[in-house]
Design a protein around this ligand. Sequence first.
Ligand code: AMP
Ligand code: MG
Length: 413
Amino acid sequence: MSDPCFSSSKLMNVDQAISFLLDNAKPTTKTEKIRIEHALGRTLAESLVSSINVPPWDNSAMDGYAVRVADLHLEGSTSLPISQRIPAGTIGLPLQPGTAARIFTGAPVPEHADTVIMQEHCQQTGETVLINKPAPAGNNIRRAGDDIAIGDTVLTTGTKMRPQEMGLAASVGAAEISVYRKLRVAIFSTGDELALPGEAAKAGQIYNSNRYTLTGLLQALGMDIIDLGTIADDLAVTRKTLESAALQADIVMTTGGVSVGEEDYVKAAIEQLGAVEMWRIAMKPGKPLAYGHVNHIPFIGLPGNPVSVFVTFCLFARPYLLKTQGRTDIMPARLKISAAFDWNKSGPRREFLRARLMPTVNGEPARVDVFRKQGSGVLTSTSWANGLVELPEHHTITKGEDVTFIPFNELLG
Ligand code: AMP
Ligand code: MG
């Protein structure tokens, strides 16, 4: 906050703004223990180290017969008496030389057996099996510790728990894990013109869409929301709401009211309560962005235009929030994809075009197209799109050229 480079209303480039925010994000230290079935989307607060081998013992990868390679004829078939039956979940006896054990997928391979012949290569008659195809040692045997060995770190601190990680934790026997407490994010929208969906919008009013976009974005990140609704463009009300938000939340976020018009009170209110940096970011959509503190609680002020809210959240608020939540995978993957469009409206601001990765047919290379209307109020563009094309400053695009594409699934979680 004290960096003199970030003075009031400075025009800043996108990367500078992201670095500044990340440098200022302090990972939470509050943790709790939860059961793994409740872990979806949570952030691991402690590495998970396995106290067991997975699989725990050598086991059969097939339904078949466990034998000793030494008992098989090198050519042709071998007939062996069946000395035992080992279904999954039971431990057999050491294999007697010159016999076969009937075995099933997942069952422990008995001591002395060194290969498993799949049942398709065998004929069982009564208590005897004819093995039609010999196999080398180790065939169809999954070795103890092949996936995870005792002492392996299977999940590291800062990992987001996806279904795969829930299963992985279970596979080493962990019923509970330690996660960071969900961040509590207080939100409110500013604007005298805002009506709520479900109400009749009066003359001059528009529906408050930002509140719901922001709610969805925060829910997608697995955070708790303290929704303080819509407030009027009024300095005293803005101040009061910010103070109340800071008492309840880990982070406060607002939409609108951060431009420099005389009806924009967010900056003035925060200046009275703490400190604020106002930036004009050299990007389209979404120029103004505010970052500061209200009574020592961090604050992010997003612009008012609905598309700007969506894009600036994904680019700036998301990495800040994720770092604060304790996550280690913060920045989205970017792909290089062939453009299905021309773009000649380049300028000094970096553009984030609402774009769609097109379904490919017959193994054609992937292509990305952009929505026709790229205005910062055109919310349909965000719904049509499945990602953003990031267009560098002063850069035109000709169809067929590679462009940078950030899929929404890299941004909405
Ligand atoms: P502002 O930054 O407050 O000047 O808002 C910029 C534009 O976004 C104006 O056209 C506002 O009407 C519009 N806007 C602001 N807040 C919202 C909202 N919550 N939902 C929809 N549009 C909004
Ligand atoms: Mg406004």
